[in-house]
Design a binder for this molecule. Structure first.
Ligand SMILES: [Zn+2]
Ligand SMILES: [Zn+2]
Length: 495
């Protein structure tokens, strides 16, 4: 619908940057232009919102499939490499080795075969064939993006399947990573067939999840949850869930036209219960939808709340693993230290810094983490008996006089009762060293939440209509596609 393009573009602008109808009219009045009826503006926003949601859905589904496939391939390759190591006299090019109980002579016989005659380097004629082969050899079940769409489905702007088909048809420039991949292929000229087998130890990917409410405290009427891929796989939104506890239209009809049927509308109310429960329910919904789409999650990285996992277990009968977010852990320890009211802010900040170092240095090393965490408090009191030279300057350079540079007066702390209190706080942390040696991060979700507050400020209530859904979808599209998202939205509806 090209004739409405500029109006719909204004609708996209309202969702993505300007704000609601009042803000648009304020903007027009500063330009000395006539205001537009707010109902018309709202209609424009609704029309554009459908396109924004279609672009966001396609983009998040693609990001989920990419992240899932990459992670599964990486794990599969790591498993294959480990298996190869344990196989002993393996001839790499052939992919065979003598059985453990076979004769020594047969092993020697295999070694006699010249490896040059078994070169498996295959040069492909075009990049497309490589991609096809890679897809066929996929170690994990792949979800194809283009879901079968029947041609008889009505091609109305409000039909989401038709819209998603349009989004897929929209020509796109290759992303930076795709360009880089092609370049590497061209430089090599030929592709080496790798010995990789399907991943066996894991079934799902890992993702960061975090919920934000649009009002401080615990009586917010709306919330949104983002599931995001890890930093290694692009920090992209793979699923967004919005929950509303009210619907403006339903409320109006109930108040002004009691006992009359509510007019047909897109009802947004999808949650009954407390605001805190929204986090768990959104988590359950996101995990269910992702596993239905063929990209299941196995590890959730997030803050210290485990109620979401118990809800997932009871509702979906799925057991997920949890990885704590390191910043949340450090923050919680800081809260406990502040509640002592005995040590100054600078000392608390110094202890937090030490914990951060310990987390960063000992990832994947349980005993190292336990030793390091156990030594932190005695070290501040000048007792270096449990310290190791890798994290303690006193042990590292014994010939030099050691000073605590970050503590007050550069001297160690002195108070036995304080030490016992601090050790009491640290005891559960040290006992939990195994979990702390495998930490995740959900910082990308915090960034996404900030982007949402730019589109839907907390001081304004957008949650009575689908307006909030559009804004969260616009954020997801923006994070995944960057500034190109607006171009795709425009191209989608002009097509
Ligand atoms: Zn409603
Ligand atoms: Zn020390």
């Amino acid at each position: 619908m090209p004739c409405f393009a500029i109006n719909t573009k204004l609708g996209t602008g309202m969702i993505d940057s300007i704000g609601g109808p009042v803000r648009v009219n304020n903007f027009l009045s500063t330009l000395n232009l006539k205001p537009v009826n707010s109902k018309s503006l709202k209609n424009m926003e609704r029309r554009a919102g459908v396109f924004v949601e279609a672009v966001a859905n396609t983009s998040t589904r693609k990001a989920a499939t990419d992240a899932f496939n990459t992670e599964m391939e990486e794990i599969g390759e790591a498993e294959s490499a480990e298996a190869l190591k344990s196989m002993g006299q393996m001839i790499d090019d052939l992919g065979v080795c003598p059985l453990p109980d076979s004769l020594v002579a047969s092993g020697k016989l295999l070694n006699v075969i010249p490896s040059s005659s078994l070169d498996l380097d295959i040069s492909f004629e075009s990049d497309d064939t490589i991609d096809d082969q890679q897809q066929n050899n996929a170690s994990t079940p792949r979800q194809t993006l283009s879901t079968p769409i029947s041609d008889d489905s009505p091609k109305t702007p409000c039909n989401p399947t038709h819209l998603e088909k349009r989004v897929l048809q929209t020509p796109r420039a290759p992303s930076r990573s795709e360009k880089f991949k092609k370049k590497v292929d061209k430089v090599k000229g030929k592709k080496v067939v790798k010995l990789s087998y399907p991943c066996k130890t894991r079934r799902g990917m890992s993702a960061a999840a975090d919920t934000a409410w649009h009002k401080r405290g615990f009586d917010s009427l709306t919330s949104h949850t983002f599931f995001m891929s890890k930093a290694k796989y692009g920090r992209k939104v793979i699923k967004s869930v919005v929950r509303h506890r009210t619907c403006g239209t339903c409320n109006w009809w109930r108040r002004n036209r009691p006992r009359m049927p509510v007019r047909k509308h897109r009802c947004v109310c999808n949650h009954i219960g407390s605001a805190k429960l929204m986090e768990c329910k959104s988590g359950v919904q996101g995990v269910k939808e992702l596993s239905d789409e063929g990209t299941p999650i196995e590890i959730i990285e997030g803050d210290g709340d485990t109620t979401m996992l118990s809800h997932i277990k009871s509702d979906l009968n799925m057991t997920l693993k949890k990885r704590y977010d390191r910043n949340h852990i450090v923050k919680n320890i800081g809260k406990n230290l502040y509640s002592l009211k005995k040590i100054s802010k600078s000392v608390i900040q110094h202890i937090q810094k030490c914990i951060k170092y310990a987390f960063a240095k000992n990832q994947g090393d349980k005993t190292g983490m336990e030793e390091n965490l156990r030594a932190i408090i005695p070290h501040q009191f000048g007792d270096h008996s449990s310290c190791h030279s890798r994290f303690c300057g006193f042990k590292w350079k014994p010939e030099e006089k050691y000073v605590h540079r970050s503590l007050p007066y550069k001297a160690s702390l002195k108070d036995d009762s304080l030490r016992s209190q601090l050790e009491k706080i640290f005891e559960p942390i040290v006992n939990n060293a195994e979990q702390l040696a495998d930490l995740g991060s959900s910082q990308q979700c915090e960034h996404a939440n900030r982007e949402v507050t730019l589109r839907a400020p907390k001081s304004l209530h957008y949650g009575n209509s689908e307006s909030l859904d559009f804004r969260v979808a616009a954020t997801a599209a923006f994070i995944n596609e960057g500034r190109n998202s607006r171009k795709y939205i425009t191209q989608t509806y002009v097509l």
